[in-house]
Design a protein around this ligand. Structure first.
Ligand code: MG
Length: 450
């Protein structure tokens, strides 16, 4: 059976994979499984409102009461579902950081977290067997609308700030990627008593100013703006604002593993100890940073859902990914762009130190991420072959194979969806990490040729 749900719900190109008929069918499947009241919210993509109307109409036709939350960050929609016990679930229309021609459908369960694999399988089963539960003509759901999700999210973030001592006012440049982060983050900054300056702040569904993935190469305008405006912090979201990355007061892009480590250190040190969860591919900078505060890292498979479920199971104090997706269990079991922004500002406003001071004080490690082409039917063979050559090397198999060589490591991980094997390497310098990665790329190419 073809899988419809990937690691982030259903995602495809609008009017290619994601056609009106497909949307109506899959949402009929969702409506067959869900009951009661469901909220629907969207990012700012060109297609989002049109898709939302198909989704809402289909849910109502299938007996579900719908509340339209309009444009909202993914975590704001998740928080709204979590905070309102009368709501049974949610549908988010977003393709997160993908280019503008994509869109997607993500389902939430009643606690606001993404639905689990079991429920996805059930929805797919209904879809493929076309076993939709159709309702009588007089059993149609109601469609209503609320503007409450955004202010509730803003207020909830503010309530969960760690520090109440404000000794300085910060100038913060916010790059909302022309999407929904602009609807909440500037207001969070303002409510905290700081000065928000927005760039790419108007909602424009073609993302004309920059690609919605918040990686360094897409953020030059933000970096230049922070420098030109002499700002204290720059922040950038992805298309649905569940991720947040930072630019320091000198215009340096802070790699996501460093912002993860800065906040992890703060939470663990305040707590006196604590478990932090992150995928196996994350830099050991997090582990090194929290160790002296009695912090321990638990590694999971790659992706946010395994991090979140491990956090729930092990009562973790914090978790997240190196791409700027940070999870604060005291607020929401989800990647939370607004909370990430507010937490970092709270650290900075309550002390004399700047973000550059925090970043500069951390040890630097060389990290590279590579990919190598490998046909799907060769992946198993490659992995077995690599494992057989390891002998007494220290390695672990949480997701792919992670091999430790003294102070460095390499992770070899076949992609679940593409014909590639990903290679992540870390060492004291980038050059060393590069060499390690290249060594394995050559090895993999040889195995494929055999
Ligand atoms: Mg996202």
């Amino acid at each position: 059976m073809t899988k419809l749900f990937g690691t982030n719900g259903i995602r495809d190109i609008v009017n290619e994979g994601l056609t009106p008929n497909f949307i109506a069918d899959i949402v009929s499947g969702i409506a067959t499984i869900f009951k009661g009241t469901i909220v629907v919210g969207t990012d700012a993509r060109l297609s989002s409102t049109a898709i939302k109307n198909i989704v809402m109409g289909t849910l109502a036709m299938n007996g579900i009461d719908v509340i339209d939350l309009g444009y909202a960050p993914t975590p704001a929609i998740q928080l709204y579902v979590k905070n309102h016990s009368e709501i049974n679930g949610g549908i988010i229309i977003t393709a997160s950081h993908n280019p503008p021609e994509f869109n997607g459908i993500k389902c939430l369960s009643s606690d606001g977290s993404e639905i689990d694999k079991n429920l996805e399988d059930k929805i797919e089963e209904v879809y493929f067997n076309k076993q939709y539960l159709r309702r009588a003509w007089n059993d149609i759901g109601n469609i209503s609308k609320t503007e409450a999700a955004l202010p509730e999210y803003i207020d909830n973030v503010i309530v969960h700030l760690p520090y109440r001592k404000k000794i300085k006012t910060l100038k913060v440049v916010i790059d909302g990627a022309n999407s929904v982060g602009s609807l909440t983050s500037p207001f969070i900054v303002e409510k905290m008593g700081h000065i928000p300056i927005t760039i790419n702040g108007n909602l424009q569904g073609t993302f004309p100013s920059r690609h919605p993935e918040p990686v360094k190469e897409n953020l030059q305008f933000l970096i230049d703006s922070v420098k030109a405006l002499n700002a204290d912090v720059g922040i950038a979201h992805d298309g649905d604002a569940d991720r947040c990355v930072f630019i320091d007061n000198k215009g340096n892009f802070i790699p996501g593993e460093y912002s993860l480590a800065i906040i992890a250190k703060d939470i663990v040190s305040r707590n006196g100890k604590g478990l932090v969860v992150t995928p196996i591919s994350t830099s050991s900078i997090v582990e090194k940073t929290i160790k002296e505060y009695n912090g321990v890292v638990k590694y999971t498979k790659v992706g946010a859902p395994p991090v979140i479920s491990a956090m729930k199971e092990s009562n973790a104090v914090f978790g997240g990914e190196e791409n700027g997706g940070l999870i604060f269990p005291f607020h929401l079991y989800a990647r939370d762009g607004g909370m990430s922004l507010a937490y970092m500002l709270s650290i900075l406003e309550s002390s004399e130190i700047s973000l550059n001071d925090l970043f500069s004080s951390m040890p630097k490690l060389g990290f590279v991420k590579k990919k190598v082409y490998c046909p799907g039917d060769k992946k198993m063979e490659v992995m077995k072959n690599i494992e057989s050559t390891l002998e007494d090397a220290q390695y672990e198999k949480i997701d792919g194979i992670k091999i430790h060589h003294g102070n460095s490591w390499v992770l070899i991980r076949p992609s679940g969806t593409e014909s590639i094997i990903r290679i992540y390497a870390e060492a004291e310098t980038e050059e060393k990490a590069q060499n390690i990665a290249e060594g394995y790329i050559n090895k993999i190419n040889e195995i494929i040729k055999m």
